[in-house]
Design a protein around this ligand. Structure first.
Ligand code: SAM
Length: 199
């Protein structure tokens, strides 16, 4: 029986996310996805961009089995998933050459150290002009959507190290690693897709 998992939120956001990524990923890129979850985003993007190679990853074994089960939807494009956690020491050491990084819905559901690890690894792996795409909810001061404030509270209730991150603090940690916020793209359900480019 297939080990493919389906996430209701991925079912809703795969279309809009893949529309943006498929426009912005450079030709013939190798994309590293962090925290791939069910693996559905890889399929949505690769079906729109048959020239790219996608490297999924996740620290969770069941999620990696699902990502591997989705590979047959895009023959030759999606590599076997690899176990990476953003809080592991020098997680980037074994990755090799990539052209872009994509990460969705991870930094609010992991300790802040995971966001720091993502920024540091991106700084190590990406070259000048290459991009990291970061999708999810963010706090933006007084203009923060009530739904994201409520989500932040519920996350902190579940785990005191989790929480919706402020856009300013995320910009700051990426700036420290040499990235500029090139684009802030509003997505459905009060989410953002941020494009950080290495200077
Ligand atoms: C809410 S799911 C998002 C999955 C997928 N990116 C999506 O948007 O549908 C969060 C994912 O983050 C992964 N994750 C949690 N902590 C992590 C860490 N420290 N490093 C990398 N991934 C992590 C989980 O295993 C899970 O697959």
């Amino acid at each position: 029986m297939s080990e493919r998992l389906y996430s209701p939120s991925a079912g809703r956001n795969s279309g809009p996310i893949s529309d943006v990524l498929s426009e912005r990923i450079v030709p013939k890129a190798k994309v590293l996805e962090i925290a791939s979850g069910t693996g559905e985003h890889a399929v949505a993007v690769c079906q729109k961009r048959t020239d790219i190679i996608w490297q999924p990853s996740d620290p969770d074994a069941k999620s990696r089995r699902s990502q591997d089960a989705w590979r047959s939807a895009c023959p030759g494009q999606i590599l076997p998933s690899i176990p990476i956690s953003m809080t592991e020491f020098e997680w980037w050491a074994t990755i090799g050459d990539i052209n872009a990084i994509y990460c969705a819905n991870m930094i609010h559901i992991a300790p802040w150290e995971a966001a720091l690890g993502l920024a540091e690894g991106a700084g190590q792996l990406l070259q000048s002009g290459q991009s990291l795409f970061l999708y999810g909810p963010f706090l933006e001061g007084e203009s923060t959507a009530q739904s994201n404030l409520d989500f932040d509270q519920s996350l902190q209730f579940r785990n005191s190290t989790w929480g919706v991150r402020s856009l300013d603090s995320v910009k700051h940690i990426f700036a420290d690693m040499g990235f500029n916020l090139e684009a802030r793209i509003e997505m459905p359900a009060e989410n953002l897709l941020l494009v950080f480019s290495k200077a």
